[in-house]
Ligand binder design. Structure first.
Ligand SMILES: *Cc1c(COP(=O)(O)O)cnc(C)c1O
Length: 231
């Protein structure tokens, strides 16, 4: 079997173990393949294996891959979005994990309406307070979430965060539990169930699963040993 499929199955197994350890069902957590910088032939091995969802963090690469790969793929966008790229992202991505400001949210809603799209969105929250990370502050979240549930062309399904890459176990728990608590609080305030928490990556997903993650975004662990597209 190929290296990529092997790696994918190893991550899938680890996810199963993390779910079992947390007393959760395996089907409560989606393993989302982060395909950024990975060449199309490698992604097609996963496609041929049955994978139909991929996540990209830059618009030009998203556009290039979605044009070249089969049309039944669901594309997720997980990167920072510049205002002038919103339309291009909305045309392609069915799920957007990285809405990080009120102005961006409003533009996403308007553009989605114009493009007759109805994407699922996540509000990205900078729980750790790390300067280099994207996302709104926890104190900005209530107002933006209240607006998001009113957006006619967007479906708010939950919150997303990234933990610091060098975080130890205690900080990971604080960040991931912090996002869950914010989600619970926002659900009460808006009166809308927000089922999803997009949190956990290659280095920290077992902790994220123990804190209630419903989508883990995994790249490097699946593509270990694969030559990447230079950026
Ligand atoms: C790259 C990326 C990931 C995947 O990270 P890995 O450590 O490669 O698994 C997840 N989320 C976001 C937003 C990313 O940019």
């Amino acid at each position: 079997m190929s290296v990529v499929i092997d790696n994918f199955l190893a991550v899938d197994r680890m996810l199963g173990e993390a779910c079992a350890a947390a007393g959760r069902k395996r089907d409560e957590v989606k393993l989302l393949v982060v395909s950024k910088t990975i060449p199309i032939p490698v992604l097609m091995e996963l496609y041929d294996y049955g994978i139909r969802e991929f996540a990209e963090n830059r618009e030009p690469e998203l556009a290039m891959k979605s044009a070249a790969m089969p049309s039944d793929i669901i594309w997720h966008f997980i990167g920072p979005v510049q205002s002038n790229k919103i339309r291009k992202v909305v045309r392609i991505a069915q799920v957007i994990h990285s809405v990080e400001s009120l102005s961006q949210l409003i533009k996403f809603d308007r553009v989605a309406g114009e493009e007759e799209k109805n994407p699922e969105i996540f509000l990205e929250v900078n729980v750790s307070g790390e300067i280099s990370k994207g996302g709104m502050t926890p104190s900005e979240l209530p107002e933006i979430a209240a607006t998001a549930v009113q957006c006619k062309n967007l479906r708010l399904s939950g919150l997303m965060t990234m933990a610091p890459l060098d975080a130890g176990n205690d900080e990971l728990l604080a960040v991931f539990n912090g996002l869950r608590i914010l989600r619970d609080d926002i659900s009460v305030k808006t009166g809308k169930a927000l089922p999803d928490l997009s949190m956990g990556m290659s280095g920290d997903f077992p902790v994220a699963v123990s804190c209630g993650s419903t989508i883990i975004r995994v790249g490097s662990r699946i593509f270990e040993g694969i030559e990447r597209i230079p950026r």
